[in-house]
Write a protein that binds this ligand. Structure first.
Ligand code: FAM
Length: 438
């Protein structure tokens, strides 16, 4: 059976040739304008970054190498005994642009499991952190510390050819992906169940199967399946979002994958980005506390207006690129729709009811360009239902997932020889001059 590295070796030369051709034939072709609003508006919509593994359409949502979420759900192998996409089949697709076979997926699971134990010094570091330190801070620290083991950094120091960069980047990426579950599970244990034993990595399980097992929920098949889907779907959302862009920027300096991904995690930890899933649940539970279980649509409307009038954003709604309901939100909702026990859960019902009225309220409020839910509106309530109730931990799960896309891009950036990022910044004085005589 082919390994992921074999599969990459097969596809890299054609992509390298294609990029070379693009540069020589179209290096000077104009594909967009830069307006002052881009310079002062967070570069929204500016086409200025190469990212192969996924592209986000404002109306349709994300496609992974051209495949929509329902298409991925049809063709990507699940775990033995499961139905949902797993991290390995998504990783294979992102990295190689090909759909893996069942055998390739299983082999990748085994390869990751074999690399999955944490080095002792990282265990000691994590165990020494205060229990009250936010789980995302701990995750970023743990990932950065893993760079002591970086094969890329060691090879670079020794002196290697540029054409070899990607192989060491892949090696580091595989080790990092493999160790994220043990790291993230140790953080969970330390913060919420100090002293509880953590099982070792089971070589026969997939990445998320092992993660759930180490979190202490291994016997819950439905939660395992939910997290498989969750982690596959959160894996990549094209390149411009804050975490992906951070990984790409830091990686472009030839910082190793551990440092680059650690930086990405600290971008993910912001409430306008990945921390929104923690915020959504806090907000929905406050709503429940204030107005009770049996809420009407009008009660929710009133609560939404109160949130907006107090100057806060409605967490889980709005998006930098999307202009329709996020298909990741829809896929997670669908997971609930097939399980009657989930549909009966008051918090899940509240999320659904909020979706019925929030777009209307946000449209009337008139500020956000996208009044629809993003993935974070749905992701936490199912975890809550299954007993994973510590919502400060939710962004860590997002962080385990987002490594799939960020590390894929790092491998490709090195395979394609992409340069260090260095956009031009302007002062208002310079903008004034340019505006007068463009
Ligand atoms: N509730 C209230 N106001 C909102 C809003 C929301 N959900 N979303 C946007 N706005 C406001 C926004 O604050 C801005 O107001 P000002 O003009 O006063 O600054 C205005 O609407 C225009 O914003 P936009 O152009 O529609 O959105 P941006 O591209 O600037 O920002 C988000 C995009 C996601 C940061 C923003 O919609 C937001 O803050 N949403 C709530 C937090 C959230 O759910 N984040 C998670 C995003 C998710 F996809 C992820 O990264 N995991």
């Amino acid at each position: 059976t082919k390994t992921i590295r074999d599969a990459l070796e097969e596809v890299i030369p054609a992509k390298q040739a294609r990029l070379k051709q693009l540069k020589t034939e179209h290096g000077q072709t104009v594909i967009g304008d830069i307006k002052v609003e881009h310079v002062v508006g967070g570069m929204r919509g500016l086409k200025a970054m190469l990212w192969e593994s996924s592209v986000l359409d404002p109306m349709e949502g994300i496609r992974f190498h051209g495949l929509s979420i329902p298409e991925c759900q049809k063709v990507l192998p699940a775990a033995p005994g499961g139905k949902e996409i797993i991290a390995e089949s998504m990783l294979w697709l992102l990295m190689t642009s090909k759909t893996p076979t069942e055998a390739e997926t299983r082999q990748l699971s085994r390869e990751l499991a074999e690399r999955g134990e944490l080095p002792e010094y990282v265990v000691q570091l994590i165990d020494s952190l205060p229990q009250s330190l936010h789980p995302m801070t701990q995750l970023g620290m743990g990932v950065a510390a893993l760079n002591k083991e970086s094969k890329f950094a060691a090879a670079y120091e020794r002196g290697i050819k540029k054409t070899e960069y990607w192989t060491y980047t892949l090696e580091d990426s595989m080790n990092l992906l493999a160790r994220l579950p043990a790291l993230a599970a140790r953080i969970y244990r330390n913060v919420y169940n100090p002293g509880k034993p953590i099982p070792g990595v089971n070589k026969d399980l997939d990445l998320v199967g092992n993660y759930v097992n180490m979190l202490g929920y291994g016997s819950n098949h439905d939660l395992t399946e939910y997290l498989r889907l969750y982690i596959a779907l959160h894996g990549d959302h094209e390149g411009g979002n804050a975490s992906a862009h951070t990984a790409h920027l830091v990686g472009s300096t030839l910082s190793d994958p551990y440092l680059a991904y650690s930086a990405a995690l600290f971008a993910l930890a912001g409430p306008l980005h990945g921390l929104a899933n923690q915020e959504v649940l806090r907000w929905q539970l406050n709503m429940q506390k204030e107005i009770g279980d049996n809420v009407s649509h009008d009660d929710i409307k009133e609560f939404l207006w109160r949130t907006l009038q107090s100057g806060q954003v409605v967490p889980g709604y709005g998006h930098g690129v999307l202009r329709s309901p996020d298909p990741r939100f829809m896929a997670l909702q669908k997971f609930c729709e097939t399980r009657p026990e989930l549909l009966k859960d008051p918090v899940i019902q509240l999320v659904k009811k909020t979706y019925d009225v929030a777009p209307g309220v946000l449209k009337e409020h008139g500020k956000t360009k996208n009044p629809y839910p993003n993935v974070d509106a749905a992701s936490g309530c199912v975890l809550y239902h299954y007993g994973l109730t510590q919502f400060k931990y939710y962004t860590v799960i997002f962080g385990v997932s987002r490594a799939l896309g960020c590390l894929t891009q790092l491998v490709w950036a090195r395979a394609l020889g992409l340069p260090i990022e260095r956009p031009k910044s302007l002062s208002m004085d310079v903008i004034d001059t340019l505006v007068k005589s463009p």
